[in-house]
Design a binder for this molecule. Structure first.
Ligand code: ZN
Ligand code: MN
Length: 158
């Protein structure tokens, strides 16, 4: 999302209510790939009358207008990314953290897709982040931020 997006939003006919501006402000430069719930929880203190639907609908409009990206790599909830340039992601299986992977990858379009118009691709790395990795050194499960027990399927090398 760029600074001139506000004028663009106006041109696109999106009514810029204080709530919507706060959502846009929250997303700008945000590298945490927040979910709609996280955005709602972060802002409801400032806007007690704001509904979850307002947050969700605003996010949908921003995605539709191409100003943010919707990520479907977390099976528990949609996540949103204000950085729309092509980049890749790592998702931690334990805490659900998503971090950007900016390294370029050379991908050869498979032959069977030659009649398709391929517009985008994304590499998703999955595994355990350094913080969670520290917690599984004793080979015992731990309770994740998401309230479930996490067992690593693989031996942890430290
Ligand atoms: Zn983690
Ligand atoms: Mn990202």
């Amino acid at each position: 999302m760029q600074n001139n997006d506000l004028s663009l939003l106006k041109e696109l006919g999106l009514k810029l209510t204080p709530q919507r501006l706060a959502i846009i402000e929250y997303l700008k430069g945000n590298k945490n790939h927040p979910s709609a719930e996280e955005i709602y929880n972060a802002l409801k203190g400032r806007f007690p009358s704001m509904s979850f639907a307002t947050v969700y609908n605003t996010l949908e409009v921003l995605v539709e207008k191409g100003l943010i990206k919707e990520l479907n790599i977390d099976s528990s909830k949609k996540r949103f990314d204000p950085f729309t340039h092509p980049h890749h992601h790592f998702i931690c299986k334990a805490c659900g953290k998503i971090v950007d992977v900016e390294a370029p990858f050379e991908i050869f379009i498979p032959e069977f897709l030659r009649d398709f118009q391929v517009e985008d691709f994304q590499v998703v790395f999955t595994g355990v982040c350094p913080e969670c990795k520290k917690r599984i050194t004793h080979k015992s499960p731990f309770l994740t931020e998401r309230g479930s027990l996490f067992f690593s399927l693989y031996p942890v090398i430290n």
